[in-house]
Design a protein around this ligand. Structure first.
Ligand SMILES: NC(=O)c1ccc[n+]([C@@H]2O[C@H](COP(=O)([O-])OP(=O)(O)OC[C@H]3O[C@@H](n4cnc5c(N)ncnc54)[C@H](O)[C@@H]3O)[C@@H](O)[C@H]2O)c1
Length: 284
């Protein structure tokens, strides 16, 4: 199946990034947010991002205009009816996602593939919330989606080979390198990454070193582009605690048990970059 029209749900950092990737790859994109103002704001920020790329000589002005022309913003779920593929990227909450999949199933055309960008939740739970479990798959982009080359393709037990092949072809058409991984919490990257991030917070909590020094050490000593605490701020502490909780729930490995500091920061609303503060201050 060829994917031409792509629906994106969720106007957060990932939804916006995936929309940019899909539109730049030549797909028609329907951006759906719960509020029209938010959907419109996504288009404005896409325009800004494309203009920046034009200014830097990375994109032709005509091309930027064409990309923008392929994007429609709406608050109406019914606008997704003609999409060949719908990717949801809303809050990391299984109940919210399950309800959304049931709703999408009743709206989208029968041939449409419904995908989730979940970081760690069981994709099969979303598949069985629909009457088309063979056409549900995880297509997990990384943050920031326009810059990161990896996409994890996560087939639940119910997915058909055709669905998996189409998801893989879509990721490749978007210029990404897909890997395939079983429907297990954390897939490949987060299952390996989060014990490290969690232990970095534990190290801060026990006073072993400052946030700046922990991050500087992992950048300078391991050649990582970003330290673990700055990375947690980028991912968002709400997403991070949700990921750790899902990993712990699945494997009961103490390395996945979110350290208390993470939960306290979450309660205080210090979610990282998106809230203006996390391990670092982003308000200025
Ligand atoms: N942030 C990351 O690094 C990252 C990376 C890969 C995948 N993801 C996944 O992408 C998804 C979105 O994450 P994000 O970082 O873009 O989050 P975000 O907080 O930036 O955005 C979440 C979006 O969900 C919407 N939302 C909140 N509650 C909702 C509800 N009840 N119904 C419908 N929409 C609702 C919000 O309005 C917002 O548009 C999550 O599943 C997350 O696990 C995140």
């Amino acid at each position: 199946m060829t994917i031409q029209r792509v629906g994106i749900l969720g106007s957060g950092i990932m939804g916006s990034g995936i929309a940019e990737v899909a539109a730049k790859a030549g797909h028609d994109v329907v951006l759906r947010s719960r509020k029209q103002e938010t959907a419109d704001a996504m288009v404005t920020s896409l325009e800004k991002s494309l203009n920046k790329q034009v200014d830097r000589g990375k994109l032709e002005a005509d091309e930027a205009k064409a990309v923008l022309g392929r994007v429609i913003a709406t608050d109406h779920l019914g606008a997704l009816v003609d999409c060949d593929l719908v990717i949801e990227s809303v809050v990391e909450d299984l109940e919210v996602k399950r309800l959304l999949f049931t709703e999408l199933d009743s709206i989208c055309k029968d041939s449409a593939i419904l995908a989730t960008n979940t970081s760690t939740l069981p994709v099969v739970e979303m598949a069985v919330a629909t009457a088309r479990p063979d056409k549900v798959v995880g297509i997990h982009f990384f943050n920031p989606a326009p810059a990161m080359s990896l996409v994890e393709i996560v087939p639940p037990l119910t997915a058909s080979d055709a669905t998996v092949a189409t998801a893989r072809a879509f990721a490749e058409a978007c210029g990404k390198n897909p890997v395939e991984v079983k429907d297990r919490a954390g897939f490949i990257v987060n299952a390996l990454l989060f014990p490290y991030l969690n232990n970095a917070v534990r190290m801060l909590e026990t006073g072993t070193a400052s946030a700046e020094d922990i991050d500087a050490a992992m950048k300078g000593g391991c050649n990582f582009p970003m330290g673990p605490l700055a990375l947690l701020d980028l991912v968002g502490l709400d997403n991070s605690v949700a990921i750790l909780d899902a990993l712990y729930e699945e494997f009961k490995d103490p390395n996945y048990a979110a350290v208390p500091t993470l939960r306290r920061m979450l309660s205080a609303g210090r979610l990282g970059r998106k809230s203006g503060s996390g391990f670092y201050d982003y308000s200025r």
